[in-house]
Design a protein around this ligand. Structure first.
Ligand code: SF4
Ligand code: F3S
Length: 108
């Protein structure tokens, strides 16, 4: 499966959802997650993300490993809905795109 990682937090550009043939992105308040049982590893979404947030599960750097379990947890979170159409990124996306360490900002 492919995994959404830290750069997406507080940005949520949503370019990724448009290209997914499985429609397997789920949206929360300030992050998006991939359903690991639905992703077919096509890798189409990777190049779409302006901040490079999407990584294959076998290429996750050590400090981002926890995002694999987190994506699964979040797609099952009440209120997280499937998203298939692009929408405006979050208002402070440009500011947050430059911040590498922003895990504490993640809203469930
Ligand atoms: Fe969707 Fe393909 Fe990305 Fe998986 S790798 S989330 S199937 S676009
Ligand atoms: Fe997030 Fe990148 Fe998609 S910022 S919403 S993974 S395009």
């Amino acid at each position: 499966t492919f995994v959404v990682t830290e750069p997406c937090i507080a940005c949520k550009y949503t370019d990724c959802v448009v290209v997914c043939p499985m429609d397997c992105f789920f949206e929360g308040p300030n992050f998006i997650a991939i359903h690991p049982d639905e992703c077919i590893d096509c890798s189409m979404c990777v190049a779409e993300c302006p901040v490079g947030a999407i990584v294959g599960d076998r290429e996750l750097p050590p400090e981002q490993q926890h995002f694999l379990a987190l994506n699964r947890e979040l797609v099952e979170q009440p209120g997280w809905q499937r998203l298939t159409a692009r929408k405006e990124p979050l208002p402070d996306h440009a500011q947050w795109a430059a911040v590498a360490d922003k895990f504490d900002e993640l809203k469930r």
